[in-house]
Design a protein around this ligand. Sequence first.
Ligand code: NAD
Length: 362
Amino acid sequence: MAQRRTFLKQAGLLLGSAAILPHTVFACNRAAKKLGVCLVGLGNYSENLLAPALQLTKHCELRGIVTGSPEKIPIWQKRHGIPDKNVYSYETMNGIANNDDIDVMYIVLPTGLHAEYAIKAAETGKHVWCEKPMAKTVKECQSIIDACTKNKVKLAIGYRMQHEPNTQKVISWAKTKPYGQIQKIQAEIGFNIRNPADTWRMKKELGGGLLYDVGVYAINAMRYTTALEPISVLASYENTRPEVYKEVPETTIFDFQFPEGIQAHGRTTGRENINILRAACEQGWYELSPFQAYSGVQGSASDGVLLNTYIENQQARQMDDDALAILQDGPVLAPGENGMQDIALIEAIISSAETGRSVRIS
Ligand code: NAD
């Protein structure tokens, strides 16, 4: 029970339905004010997913940018109507402290840079949204949480799946158990990457490979599907292409033991297209496949129930939920503690894979 409460607290779910479905609950009490969001890092996710999503949001809008690439500035200014005074570099971003247009700094940088810039963002006194995975180490995660606490700003991690309605149904079933007690979980995510690009994701320090990049979705899913925290993990690596996967493993397998006898099998791989979250229960099963996709998260259950609610844009839903949490001074769905626990589990997985031993999780 203690472990269940810990997850719920970390996931911001203990405060009842307002925390589970802020989008719906606050819909009847919409605040007129829109929050100004500043994107920190203008790579693929900012350019192709977040900036377009910010055109669909009701409670926030794109007002500023932080970039180290001057050639991107005129393009972004023209496309999004961003004035000169709201354009910053990594060196000048502390000036945002005096810019009333900006309410939220959204960190969309390589994982190994999240802590440095999330802390800088918190020190401007603006709220912080930080992309997943939260950071490279638990120590870094804690330093982000501490900086946000010290500066009295909210911190939300970009776990968009926790804002997605089919996923939220699965999250609710951890409590209501419509198919009885969960016995086994399968959470696997991978891609058949024939020629992986040699980018920051493949660097041990800056990215950490597939385990950090997408394995974190499988780990987070095991936790929200059970609403429990694991007791131990036994992990291993497979690398059939060491000439390509030089710094990070191609495949990581992680088998967690959860309380209540639940066994959870996880895997992340660069060799195979796989995207499944499945719960086998005493009286049936349910699954989402894909469980992590920009659109079209869907699934089914053993009694024929379909999990196929469609929403237009997950990122817009996530940012509106997180903006409402600020405007209404409520809890965020995915707080820093939720992101930090996944990084603690990644550290346990790495320790187990490197030693070949089962690692107990404190
Ligand atoms: P990207 O490589 O396309 O962009 C990274 C940006 O960081 C670039 O603009 C680059 O110029 C900048 N940068 C600054 N310093 C850098 C350095 N030292 N090395 C490399 N780049 C540097 O990456 P992305 O796909 O936009 O991912 C950014 C973040 O967003 C990551 O944390 C990633 O996990 C996250 N992300 C989340 C989702 C999601 O669905 N929630 C999807 C994609 C990416």
